[in-house]
Design a protein around this ligand. Structure first.
Ligand SMILES: [Zn+2]
Ligand SMILES: [Zn+2]
Ligand SMILES: [Zn+2]
Ligand SMILES: [Zn+2]
Length: 295
């Protein structure tokens, strides 16, 4: 134990079978964990992340880890590359495993990159690359779609922010009903959009219009993290001029975290210029349905 700090690491297993079992807590910055019975929960902060890299190739260590009799370690591919001769002391390496290093690796968890936004998820260090959590984390930041507003936040906060700051009489939509989706087209802009919000502080749906050489491309996206169960909708978009109708239906609305100025390459409705009304308003209708709800 290091005096003056709370840094203490107990490992249970074959090497310490004579000792009373203590809780194994090793984390980049563990918040304490749970303690039961005589087990003691401690925090460990690992300051040298390099210790978890192979000292030869500098890649992240993965099991199996080998060591020479002097205790120098190497990953399995480096053992082959150095022809089973330790580059530090020339002794043989590649037969004896470094079980303690393997156990430490197994016990290391890292915080989600969104921990600063409130995520408490911990990801096993060894399986970090296989973890879907980061992509699907509900604490991923989303950006306010309004021009000249720099607000970013977790989706629930963004929805509240939008309602409090940008709501208009025309910006609310109801699921399962045809709502007006009117976009004011400016001649000088590359794209224009309208934001609809499902009631009070519900999800934000952005309907974007891009002026292309052959017509106006219209896309519909929900501003939400990629978390399963959040902001999942289908929609039916229509535009009518006289007896001509252009419509687009999607079983699954795309989710975005930020409005993009890039022309979409899929999932768009094209309204040819010859069908556009006079005047600046592109008057469409949209019916949005929450996935999994009865039609
Ligand atoms: Zn290596
Ligand atoms: Zn060695
Ligand atoms: Zn997370
Ligand atoms: Zn805003």
């Amino acid at each position: 134990m290091v005096n003056g700090t709370n840094t203490e690491l107990f490992l249970s297993g074959e090497a310490s079978s004579s000792r009373p079992k203590r809780q194994r807590v090793l984390s980049m910055e563990n918040d304490g964990g749970t303690a039961s019975g005589n087990e003691v929960a401690r925090s460990v902060t690992l300051f040298e992340l390099d210790l978890l890299d192979c000292p030869i190739c500098c890649n992240k260590l993965t099991t199996p880890i080998y060591q020479c009799v002097n205790g120098h370690i190497a990953c399995s591919s480096c053992c082959i590359k150095v022809k089973h001769k330790c580059p530090y002391c020339s002794l043989s390496i590649g037969i004896y495993r470094s079980r303690i290093m393997e156990k430490i690796l197994e016990a290391v968890f890292i915080k989600c990159p969104n921990a600063k936004h409130g995520c408490t998820e911990k990801i096993p260090y060894e399986k970090e690359s296989e973890s879907a959590h980061e992509r699907e984390c509900s604490f991923t930041l989303c950006y306010c779609p309004e021009t000249n507003c720099n607000y970013t936040g977790v989706y629930k906060d963004l929805y509240r922010h939008y309602h409090a700051n940008h709501k208009t009489d025309y910006s609310l939509f109801r699921c399962g009903q045809y709502n007006d989706a009117w976009v004011r087209i400016h001649t000088m802009k590359i794209f224009d959009f309208v934001v609809l919000q499902e009631s009070e502080d519900g999800p934000l749906v952005v309907i974007q219009c891009f002026k292309e050489s052959h017509g106006v491309c219209v896309t519909v996206n929900c501003i939400a993290p990629s978390t399963p169960g959040v902001g999942e909708f289908s929609y039916h978009l229509t535009y009518r001029k006289g007896s001509d109708i252009v419509s687009f239906e999607s079983e699954e609305m795309n989710k975005i975290q930020e409005v993009s100025s890039y022309t979409p390459w899929d999932k768009y409705m094209l309204i040819p210029y010859c069908l556009l009304d006079e005047g600046p308003m592109l008057k469409m209708k949209i019916c949005i349905r929450r996935l999994g709800e009865e039609v």
